[in-house]
Design a protein around this ligand. Sequence first.
Ligand SMILES: NC(=O)c1ccc[n+]([C@@H]2O[C@H](COP(=O)([O-])OP(=O)(O)OC[C@H]3O[C@@H](n4cnc5c(N)ncnc54)[C@H](O)[C@@H]3O)[C@@H](O)[C@H]2O)c1
Length: 283
Amino acid sequence: MKLKKIMVIGAGQMGSGIAQVCAQAGYDVLLHDLKPEHIDRGLQIISKNINRQVEKNRMTDSEESNVLRRIQKSTDLHDAGGVDIVIEAVVENMDIKRNIFAQLDEITPDHTILASNTSSLPITEIAAATDRPEKVIGMHFMNPVPVMKLVEIIRGLATADDVYKKIEDLTKMLGKVPVEVNDFPGFVSNRVLMPMINEAIYTLYEGVATKEAIDDVIKLGMNHPMGPIELADFIGLDTCLSVMEILHEGFGDDKYRPCPLLRKYVKAGWLGKKAGRGFYIYE
Ligand SMILES: NC(=O)c1ccc[n+]([C@@H]2O[C@H](COP(=O)([O-])OP(=O)(O)OC[C@H]3O[C@@H](n4cnc5c(N)ncnc54)[C@H](O)[C@@H]3O)[C@@H](O)[C@H]2O)c1
């Protein structure tokens, strides 16, 4: 069956970007969140992104209104009853995700594929909350979604080959590049990236250098477009911490111990760019 209608759950930084690229590719999208104001905030981000494309003559006014028209709002999970695929992008919390997947298993038709945009939680464990683990898969978009080409596609232990193929095809339809990985803590992207970010925060914590100096070393010396401290703020310090905790627990190796300074910032609510303050301050 062809995938036509998509529900995106969570209208935050990632969910709004995913809804945008799906609508731009011509899919009908239901953007779901707990409260209407959360969806409106997501839609504002989408409008701003699309407006920028119109200003740069990459999109016409009528294409813009078509994209926005394809995105409908939802605050009732039962709206998933009519969709072919759900892409979940709520907060990085296993209990919340398992609860949503268990409900979706009841609500959605048998053919519906349930995908998670989790950065690091085991797909196999999320899938075990359903009676259709063969139709559960990881679809890990990168931030910012409209710009970044990669989608890491994570096969859970039970994910069926035809489900993988459909998600690979969908990823290409969205103009993205799929990369297949297996379900191990942090997958590939965060297993490599997050220890680097955590080490950069340790370097700051131990007073080796200022945050600006650490970022300059990595930008200018290693040719990265962003420094690791700046990148941590951009990703969200809560997300960085939860990924490090998952690596630490998943491998049982102290080399993944989250830096106490990262914990402190998260406890303070200084979560990075989305909160207006992280290691840097944002106007
Ligand atoms: N931030 C990144 O760079 C990044 C990159 C790749 C993947 N991810 C993953 O994407 C997911 C979302 O991250 P984000 O940065 O967009 O977070 P975010 O905090 O910006 O957005 C999360 C959204 O989920 C909503 N939400 C929470 N509980 C919900 C529920 N029960 N039902 C419906 N909506 C609910 C919140 O209201 C919020 O709008 C996480 O799993 C994260 O690990 C994040």
